[in-house]
Write a protein that binds this ligand. Structure first.
Ligand SMILES: [Zn+2]
Length: 435
């Protein structure tokens, strides 16, 4: 009996030891609501990588001052566990500065990483390390990134915010943050080739592949890596150390394509994102200490998966081959015949003269074009900004069952911290509640 009991206790200890959360890979699809993800699943004719995770739920996204959040307030909620006003990053409406999950992780000796396809000083990545009243203060955000050393591994775009004007940058204060980062021990790289050749033992990395954002997924230049390539390399580097790691990966441009009401752009951006999630899931599957979370900061565009007649023409969407941005840069609806030909060539659709007039005379031709194309394939958009519909969360690995049900965006970092055992070093502030 005693033998059996001892065996039982040993087993329990072993199970709890092996199912502990050591590493966190936290994916945020900017603007990726359930509709964006599921539309891509329909187009591809298969479940997306993260849809196969065993646990999931819904996440409310409202900010402190609006039912419709922006990425700064949503990023703050997802990174620090607090609601703030739209536009603000890790500073509450009453001025209280709140710590981020990365800052707390650092205090525990955890390695931190950020991978995005926008400028690394954009709202979502900034929410993990910066504290500013306005997300537009990107030069200040860049300074905070380098000075704080909160993030060990940074990949994305936006070197112009790190350099003074005389070196081709955007800074008026003369600071050369790239040099400063190198002095602090960061390896600085700017091309995909350099990324692929990085030694495994790279301790700190600042990788900025473009002066501003990276190219859209469907038009990415050879010198710029794809998201999955960055995630692969980051996991390779971070898993080399004795310390655990927390890595945030953003599919930054899903949001922008949805702002344009561009279903093709959304398709390609969600695909790039889900491929990166697959890399993380493959890593997590080989071990039992890595929690992968996939969520969004908000929905963008109010995308509806049918505008009538019990149908959506996914076959037609599958024939699209260019983004609206690309078409509008290269063709003008004012030049009726060539525009019509281009739409036939790149979208497989025939526009009527009325359609073209509508696009040409619209205040925002780009969005009007997106709307017309939406009508042709039977999808609808309610807005060119964000919507208030809750977003999905998917989770895989130890502790994944905690990400189930109807959650608030502030719950996510709080659950993560509970799972990894960081004490909640939160200041006691009254949280704003939306009525
Ligand atoms: Zn947006």
């Amino acid at each position: 009996m005693r033998k059996f009991f001892t065996l039982f206790v040993v087993l329990i200890i072993l199970v709890s030891l092996f199912s502990q959360v050591r590493n966190i890979i936290y994916f945020i699809g900017d603007g990726m609501g359930l509709s964006q993800a599921y539309a891509v699943s329909m187009i591809e004719g298969r479940p997306l990588s993260f849809m196969k995770t065993p646990h999931g739920g819904f996440v409310k996204t409202h900010s402190a001052n609006s039912w419709i959040t922006d990425s700064a307030a949503a990023g703050t909620a997802l990174a620090s566990g607090f609601k703030t006003n739209n536009g603000m990053i890790n500073i509450l409406p009453d001025g209280t500065v709140v710590p981020t999950i990365f800052e707390i992780a650092k205090a525990y000796g955890v390695k931190t990483g950020i991978i995005v396809t926008c400028r690394v000083t954009h709202a979502t990545p900034a929410a993990f390390y910066a504290h500013v009243k306005s997300r537009n203060e990107e030069n200040e955000i860049a300074r905070q990134l380098v000075e704080s050393e909160t993030v060990d591994l940074i990949m994305g775009g936006g070197w112009a915010n790190f350099l003074p004007k005389n070196l081709g940058g955007k800074r008026n204060d003369g600071l050369n943050l790239i040099e400063m980062a190198k002095e602090k021990g960061y390896t600085y790289i700017t091309t995909k080739e350099e990324l692929m050749n990085l030694p495994g033992g790279t301790n700190k990395l600042l990788a900025l592949f473009a002066p501003s954002h990276l190219d859209p997924a469907s038009e990415r230049k050879e010198e710029q890596p794809m998201l999955y390539e960055m995630v692969k390399k980051a996991i390779e580097i971070l898993s080399n150390f004795d310390e655990p790691f927390i890595l945030m990966v953003e599919g930054s441009q899903i949001d922008w394509e949805a702002h344009d009401n561009d279903i093709y752009g959304v398709w390609k951006e969600v695909l790039e994102f889900e491929k990166a999630v697959q890399v993380a899931l493959d890593f997590a599957l080989q071990r039992n200490d890595t929690l992968v979370i996939v969520t969004a900061d908000h929905e963008t565009g109010g995308l509806g998966l049918s505008s009538g007649d019990y149908k959506i023409d996914v076959d037609k969407i599958r024939k699209f081959t260019e983004t609206i941005d690309w078409i509008m840069e290269n063709y003008s609806p004012k030049n009726r015949e060539s525009f019509k030909e281009a739409i036939e060539k790149y979208f497989g659709l025939t526009l009527s003269d009325t359609d073209i007039d509508r696009i040409a005379s619209a205040e925002n031709s780009k969005v009007e074009f997106g709307r017309v194309m939406g009508e042709k394939v039977n999808i609808g958009w309610t807005t060119t900004s964000h919507s208030g519909i809750p977003v999905p969360v998917y989770a895989f690995g130890p502790g994944a069952e905690n990400f189930t049900g109807f959650l608030d965006n502030t719950d996510i970092p709080r659950i993560i911290m509970r799972l990894v055992g960081y004490s909640l070093q939160y200041p006691l502030v009254k949280e704003p509640v939306m009525k």
